[in-house]
Design a protein around this ligand. Structure first.
Ligand code: FUL
Length: 503
């Protein structure tokens, strides 16, 4: 080491650091050959970018509570009560999700009751001690990961840091020998996990190995999160650690909506229930929102007599989350046979159909696209308007530095009936747009403002604007138009738009 340091020092003394040498260097290597816009910080880590692209995915609450009827088991449940009436079928869970237009799913493999749905060395409270062979042979993370890989769906696990069963909860031993090891064990089922879900986990009352007491912890320090995050990222490099892990933020409600104004930047000390929906324009960290919501009316876990929400209500949730720069993780609880019940399957199918019918036939692709200004091209990259309709997420239209107001105009030779305008920013270089309007024309001369009841402020990764201003009844009759005009009225720096769609 010492030798290396000495040689670096000698080398440094030999290199001429005079002004002329610096000038020469500059001339030979232009700093920005592609004329790329400078980032507006904070910007997403590449793993957060990939995560955001997942957009819409399923949540599966299945476990001991499915059989006890609880939502939060105490941790004293006899493992024999876990007795599926058939072999649990995670493949069916994911097939339904795929048909609904989702790109992945997260399976609960351990909830607050501490019952682990895989054979773990960290506790006896696991499936190997369950009440029948269907239970004993079950390994949810193994079967879930395999099915996801086969179906080309992203996958991840919910593993509760709070463990109401463990006698060690509240001690260092629990963190090191139980919780961290459980997270590590899950990596054996796949290292391409896209998200690990840790709920808010401050402890509380529980069984705790028979102590029947209350143990509170400070979740900010107790779970050794920095070490946990580093260890997980070493084995699962694309795994975003949600909640306690701090790489994506809770949207602040469980009702399936994000703020119309929704910034991905946020500060670490934000109050989720009041600010989770909106983010903070000049927040220090890239902490994009995830909205967790239920597709059924009773609870996160399956309950006899439950019924699913209607496809139309689920479509509204989609518009109010994915359409507002948030991801949507939609919970569908498997039943006692370890499958999604028919009623949920049908509702989810219906939702998938609505998404396909309403948000697939993109008229922008056949439009003439004009812009008020186009950034000067660089050596290997241009910023042309057509980059917004080329289907390539890595290209974008941009203005020159300093231009923060701009107009995008799409026109057609024949009239179209339209209902939605979708915009996506190229967020790898930061979220920028602060204010815009949407107008339509029937004659190419007179323009009428649409979506006047919508806050047309932020865009972010994706924004879907219902032109009639209603997310509950967004479809309606639609508007007959020959053109659409989007006016960007304010932006933190030159706007970078990677996609514009009109449906
Ligand atoms: C919460 C938990 O307490 C609920 O039971 C559920 O799992 C929800 C998704 O997260 O923090």
């Amino acid at each position: 080491m010492k030798k290396l340091f000495t040689s670096l020092l000698v080398l440094g003394m030999m290199v001429p650091f005079g002004a002329s040498a610096q000038l020469q260097l500059k001339a030979e290597a232009p700093a920005n050959p592609d004329n790329e816009p400078v980032p507006v910080h904070p910007v997403p880590h590449p793993r957060q970018l990939k995560w955001q692209e997942t957009e819409f995915y399923a949540f599966y609450h299945y476990g001991m509570n499915t059989y006890t009827g609880e939502e939060w088991g105490m941790g004293n449940e006899d493992p024999k009560r876990f007795a599926p009436t058939a072999a649990p079928n995670p493949r069916q869970w994911l097939e339904v999700a795929k048909e609904a237009g989702m790109r992945g799913g997260i399976a609960v493999v351990k909830h607050h009751d501490g019952f682990c749905q895989w054979p773990t060395e960290t506790t006896d409270h696991n499936v190997t001690k369950s009440g029948n062979d269907f239970g004993r042979n079950t390994n949810i993370p193994r079967d879930f990961a395999k099915a996801a890989q086969e179906l080309d769906m992203k996958y991840g696990f919910y593993i509760s840091p709070w463990d109401r069963n463990s006698v060690h909860y509240g001690t260092d031993k629990y963190v090191k020998d139980v919780f961290l090891r459980q997270c590590a064990e899950l990596a054996q089922y796949g290292t391409d996990q896209f998200e690990m879900w840790f709920d808010g986990a401050n402890g509380g009352n529980g069984y705790y190995g028979g102590r029947n007491t209350t143990i509170s912890v400070d979740r900010a320090t107790y779970y050794d999160v920095p070490n946990l995050r580093d260890s997980i990222h070493k084995v699962c490099p694309d795994c975003v650690m949600w909640g306690v892990g701090g790489e994506a933020r809770w949207i602040g409600n469980e009702a399936g909506w994000a703020g119309q104004t929704n910034w991905s930047p946020e500060n670490r000390d934000y109050a989720p229930e009041s600010n989770g929906m909106y983010g903070t324009e000049n927040g220090w960290f890239w902490l994009p929102g995830e909205s967790d919501a239920k597709a059924t009316n009773r609870g996160w876990f399956y309950h006899d007599g439950e019924s699913p929400l209607t496809p139309e209500r689920l479509f509204q949730m989609y518009l109010e989350t994915v359409g507002r720069n948030s991801t949507l993780i939609l919970n569908i609880p498997p039943n006692k046979a370890g499958v999604l019940p028919d009623a949920s399957v049908n509702s989810l199918k219906g939702m998938g159909n609505l998404i396909r019918e309403r948000l697939t036939n993109d008229f922008a692709k056949s439009a003439k696209v004009e812009v008020s200004e186009t950034r000067n091209a660089g050596a290997a990259r241009n910023y042309e308007a057509n980059n917004m309709i080329d289907g390539n997420k890595d290209t974008y239209w941009a203005t020159n530095d300093g231009t923060t107001e701009a107009v995008i105009t799409l026109t057609w030779d024949e009239a179209k009936i339209i209902r939605y305008v979708e915009l996506m920013e190229y967020i790898a270089k930061g979220q920028r747009v602060k204010k815009f309007t949407v107008e339509t024309t029937q004659d190419g001369v007179n323009w009428t403002r649409r979506a006047t009841g919508v806050e047309t402020t932020t865009v972010g990764y994706k924004r879907i604007i219902p032109l009639n201003s209603s997310t509950a009844n967004s479809y309606g009759d639609g508007f007959e138009v020959m053109g659409v005009r989007i006016k960007i009225e304010d932006s933190k720096a030159c706007p970078l738009i990677s996609k514009v769609s009109v449906y």
